[in-house]
Design a protein around this ligand. Structure first.
Ligand code: IPM
Ligand code: MN
Length: 352
């Protein structure tokens, strides 16, 4: 029987609650499909930060590297200044573990939950491949004359040929493997960011011409992309973009699929340790109330199984989430589901 060692960072707020339901469903899938998951918990998050004054111990990345996958609940604590935990935990792990892909599927499970008029479930089914280690997120830049009327703040977008190329190659491979419309859209801003996206665009076509003649290529500026998301989401199959644009368009994508209650993502290092998370925050005001929607976390668990090669089980979880969403769930928002957090986990686990 296959067995996998999984690191678990429940994190802050409602993170631990949704992670428990994720594990409940993963274990049910393991029983059904014949694999075992062994969990090791890490207490990283706001509480630990306030106790120890460090966001992550220096050993964290080396410890986590021993695991093929990490399940992350949520990071963000109301008593910790914004930015400290996000940068000190989430971004640091993405960088140190070289999770250079942020894979964010956007799929509408039930048309009732789509804010767009007249769109059916099959109209919204695409995947964003967000570069996850470079761009505006590296922290490159600084202040000059800080605090004076002459203050200058510079925040630089870092785009290396290596970083861009490995992201594009992943996106081409993913589009091929997904085997839907075999269409890859580069989302950029070539009309203004004439250095960064010049590199992206050249690499996109060079790699496409050389190795992926079976994949259709498309380009859209990021502003137009947001327009097409709303007007014609059915045009998209796979979208590849930089870190910042990927951050922004995937929040819009999450809304198209019904909100943060259902949106999941994977921070992937295809050669190393990947980390899976519901993309919503820690929702501190709902902590401990058993009302938060665990479906996004459960979908991130399915993404983990797909990534480690338990594809049949991943598909089964997704299919079950779809049927539970269609048949039972009243609303995807916290407190409005018609069921508690634990009941939704039970519904998925038992339907599986
Ligand atoms: C996300 C989040 C993070 C990001 C924040 C919390 C640093 O918005 O995962 O999309 O900007 O990447
Ligand atoms: Mn974001």
């Amino acid at each position: 029987m296959n067995s996998y060692d999984i690191a678990v960072i429940g994190g802050d707020g409602t993170g631990p609650e949704v992670t428990r339901e994720n594990i409940k469903v993963l274990d049910a899938a393991g029983q059904k499909f014949g694999f075992k998951l062994n969990y090791t918990e890490f207490d990283f998050g706001g509480e630990r930060y306030m106790r120890t004054n460090e966001a992550l111990p220096d050993s964290a990345s080396d410890d986590l590297r021993q695991f093929p996958s990490i399940l992350l609940g949520a990071i963000g604590h109301p008593d910790v200044k914004p930015g400290i935990l996000e940068k000190g935990i989430l971004l640091r792990l993405r960088f140190e573990l070289e999770q250079y892909i942020n894979l964010r599927p956007v799929k509408l499970f039930d048309e009732r939950f789509c804010p767009l008029k007249g769109k059916k479930a099959e109209d919204i089914d695409f995947v964003v491949v967000r570069e996850n280690n470079e761009g505006l997120y590296t922290g490159s830049g600084g202040f000059v004359f800080k605090g004076t009327p002459h203050e200058i703040a510079i925040q630089e977008s870092v785009n290396t040929r290596r970083g861009v190329e490995r992201c594009l190659r992943y996106a081409f491979e993913y589009t091929r493997k997904r085997n839907k419309r075999k269409n890859l859209t580069l989302c950029g801003k070539t009309n203004v960011l004439t250095y960064a996206f010049d590199l992206w665009e050249r690499a996109f076509h060079e790699i496409g011409d050389a190795d992926y003649s079976d994949i259709k290529r498309d380009y859209a500026h990021v502003d137009a992309t947001t327009m097409w998301f709303v007007k014609n989401p059915e045009w998209f199959d796979v979208i590849v973009t930089d870190n910042m644009f990927g951050d922004i368009i995937t929040d819009l994508g999450a809304m198209l699929q019904g909100g943060m209650g259902i949106a999941a993502g994977g921070n992937l290092n295809p050669e190393g340790t990947s980390m899976f998370e519901p993309i919503g925050g820690s929702a501190p005001k709902y902590t401990g109330q058993n009302v938060i929607n665990p479906l996004a976390a459960i979908c991130s668990g399915a993404l983990m199984l797909e990534t480690i090669g338990e594809e049949e089980a991943a598909k089964a979880i997704e299919d079950t989430v779809i049927s539970v969403t269609r048949e039972k769930i009243k609303d995807l928002g916290a407190g409005r589901m018609g069921y508690s957090t634990t009941e939704v986990g039970d519904l998925v686990a038992s339907a599986l």
